[in-house]
Structures are given as structure tokens and as C-alpha cells.
Write a protein that binds this ligand. Structure first.
Ligand code: MN
Length: 159
């Protein structure tokens, strides 16, 4: 390994060690997995307690927004659609994702999901484990269309 590589690799190893320590701390105080937990969502588009940390806003260069959403156990979005689709990256915990008429999918850390444009779906935490997702949402075709609540029956159904 040459001298230059050391300059890059050593801080990286220190950073990775620090991240591992943080992960252990998160088990005790799950406030920050990767990004800050953000603020509690107070609108009516969610059932239960969820938090949003906006990370990237739409601007003249990007027509997508990126946010980290943390769902407490049992918390979930309403049914909704994204006119330009959405990508979900599961970064911690256990979550659910379901498209209308399809079985509920269980999401684990490391899973990536593509929500097609204008397909009604919902996402949230599992019943007993929190869930953290990065939501990457296309905004060029308009805002998210919010639909009805996910009922307890729908939430609990394995279908
Ligand atoms: Mn969505």
C-alpha cells in the first residue's frame, strides 16, 4: 500500500469503526441510524408515529426529493401514489410495503423497492419493530396523491 492510499484508507477505517460503535448505541437509543431522525410528522397522511428528515429538496438541477423516514412499530402511511414513482431504500429495522392487489412485502435493512408511477401503495414499520427508509421521490409530474387510510385489517393481513 503506498503512502497516498494510507491517507485515504486510515481515516476510512476510523470512520467505519465509529459507525459500528454508533450502531451499537442505536440499539439503546435509536434516534440516528444514518441520518438524523428529524421531526415528528404531524399531517394526517400517516397512522401512528413517524418522523421525517428532509435530505434533498427539489431545485433547478434535481426534480427528485430525498428524505429519511423513521416509523415507530405499527406506524404506516396512508395508501398513496407518486405521479413520477418512488424508490425506497430500507436502512434499518423491519418494514412493510404493499401495492394495491398484491401481497404485502416485508422489508429489511438493505432492501431496495421501486414504486411504479401512479400505483396505489403504502409503506411503514412492522407491528413490533421500527423501520427506517430513505424515500427518493420523483416530483416532476406533481405531488403525491394521498388516498384512504390503511385499515388495521389491511395492515395485519399477510396478503
Ligand atoms: Mn410511497
Amino acid at each position: 500500500m503506498n503512502h497516498k492510499a494510507n491517507h485515504i484508507l486510515l481515516p476510512l477505517i476510523v470512520l467505519i469503526s465509529a459507525c459500528n460503535n454508533n450502531q451499537q448505541m442505536d440499539k439503546i437509543e435509536p434516534k440516528m441510524v444514518v441520518f438524523p431522525k428529524g421531526e415528528k410528522i404531524t399531517n394526517t397522511n400517516f397512522t401512528g408515529t413517524a418522523y421525517l428528515k428532509p435530505l434533498v429538496e427539489v431545485d433547478s438541477l434535481n426534480s427528485i426529493s430525498v428524505g429519511s423516514v423513521t416509523f415507530d412499530p405499527g406506524a404506516r402511511s396512508k395508501w398513496h401514489m407518486h405521479p413520477a414513482g418512488q424508490i425506497l431504500l430500507a436502512i434499518d429495522g423491519v418494514g412493510y410495503y404493499q401495492e394495491k392487489g398484491k401481497p404485502k412485502q416485508i422489508l429489511h435493512k438493505g432492501d431496495a423497492i421501486k414504486c411504479p408511477p401512479n400505483i396505489p401503495h403504502w409503506h411503514g414499520a412492522s407491528a413490533d419493530t421500527p423501520f427506517v427508509q430513505i424515500a427518493i421521490t420523483g416530483r416532476e409530474k406533481g405531488e403525491t396523491v394521498w388516498l384512504e387510510k390503511v385499515t388495521d385489517k389491511e395492515y395485519q393481513s399477510i396478503q
